[in-house]
Design a protein around this ligand. Structure first.
Ligand code: SF4
Ligand code: FES
Length: 362
């Protein structure tokens, strides 16, 4: 059966990044600059994505502003009729670059903040002066009239500042705030003991978010990605594998999610070798966990199988050693008790942050 068209594409333009966040979900081994797709190759990817029916492109990284051709790429995406969203740390942007990006068709910006104060933000981001630069960047975005979403990854070291984070998003003029509890993929896995929130923090967050949603109705939309390790059921990761979105890595591999290369038996085809539409429809990697036929028990006979699609394949791989297993974040998984016990243990221990290593230039 031919799958429905994807609606969203995450274009990881580069793995280069001036920040070194310990929660980075990019792989341990980053793609080098000389292996990145060229400007022309990205332009062709955007053209093909538009033809395939993709509606939104998220220009991401690493830090997409590390690409000197970001303005050209944005224009190409806009010309392909894609709604263009820049996901950025802000570092590497100037007032002039933001004005030029807006002129070339940029429609939305998601600005990450690592904390609501200079001390927290610069410690987590591993970049002195990063917080002040982000505050400037938010002003420049507002000056261009671009809608702003603030992205905040929350963990044990900044969860106590959730209310301040919400206040900061309001102060910056954001229309939307995405509060995502830290997920442990890629580099972040080695920081579980330093970052795992406590159960108390996670429970308190629910109340803080509910109150803020009521108080700020009409002014700020808050999306909240809760901690699945303390929840009853997993998230429908990526809205279901190969269902609504795809990821193109800096070197052109096409994957169903950004961590899919942690599943060792999957082979990801490359836009240099095959059209995007064929990869989406026919590649074994995309078809491996599409729909529900691949499921094992308890997912196979579960009433939620088309709600959460068995959770996250990458988390199942990491924790159960089998990407087709029920996500251990589900209470029906035989591994759920251990997952919760491990999360509680991590939440009690370890203060040492291991900051992200940088991508080599070549
Ligand atoms: Fe979802 Fe599978 Fe758990 Fe059912 S058993 S709730 S489908 S993860
Ligand atoms: Fe890969 Fe969830 S991150 S399926």
């Amino acid at each position: 059966m031919t799958p429905a068209n994807p609606t969203a594409m995450l274009a990881e333009l580069t793995h280069r990044c001036p920040l070194s966040c310990p929660y980075c979900s990019n792989p341990l081994e980053l793609i080098r600059r000389d292996a990145e797709l060229s400007t022309e190759q990205w332009v062709e990817v955007f053209r093909q994505a538009g033809e395939l029916g993709v509606l939104h492109v998220h220009l991401s990284g690493g830090e997409p502003a590390s690409r000197r051709d970001l303005e050209d790429l944005t224009e190409a995406a806009a010309e392909a009729d894609l709604y263009t969203n820049l996901i950025t740390s802000g570092v590497g942007l100037t007032a002039k670059r933001i004005a030029e990006l807006a002129r070339r068709g940029l429609e939305h910006v998601q600005l990450s903040i690592q904390g609501p104060t200079k001390a927290i933000a610069d410690e987590i981001g591993g970049y002195a002066g990063g917080y002040e630069r982000k505050m400037q960047v938010a002003d420049w975005i507002a000056a261009e009239g671009l809608p702003l979403t603030v992205n905040a990854v929350m963990h044990r070291r900044n969860f106590e500042k959730l209310e301040d984070t919400i206040d900061l998003a309001v102060k910056l003029g954001a229309r939307r705030l995405e509060v995502a509890t830290v997920q442990f993929h890629g580099w972040a896995l080695q920081n579980q003991a330093a970052l795992m929130p406590t159960r108390r923090q996670v429970e308190a967050a629910e109340t803080i978010i509910d109150d803020a949603r009521n108080r700020l109705r009409g002014a700020l939309v808050i999306d909240y990605v809760a901690a699945d390790y303390f929840a009853r059921f997993p998230k429908a990761c990526m809205g279901g594998w190969g269902s609504v979105g795809l990821v193109v890595t800096p070197s052109g591999a096409v994957m169903p999610c950004h961590a899919a290369d942690t599943i060792p038996h999957l082979v990801f085809e490359n836009v240099r070798d095959r059209p995007l539409s064929e990869i989406w429809e026919k590649s074994d990697a995309f078809n491996a966990y599409r729909g529900v036929d691949w499921m094992q028990e308890p997912c196979r006979s579960c009433e939620r199988r088309e709600i959460d699609f068995g959770g996250c394949r990458c988390q199942a791989m990491a924790l159960a050693g089998d990407a087709a297993a029920t996500d251990p974040a589900c209470e029906k998984s035989p591994l759920n008790e251990k997952l919760q016990a491990d999360a509680d243990a991590f939440s009690r221990g370890g203060d040492t942050l291991v900051h992200r290593a940088k991508a080599p230039a070549s």
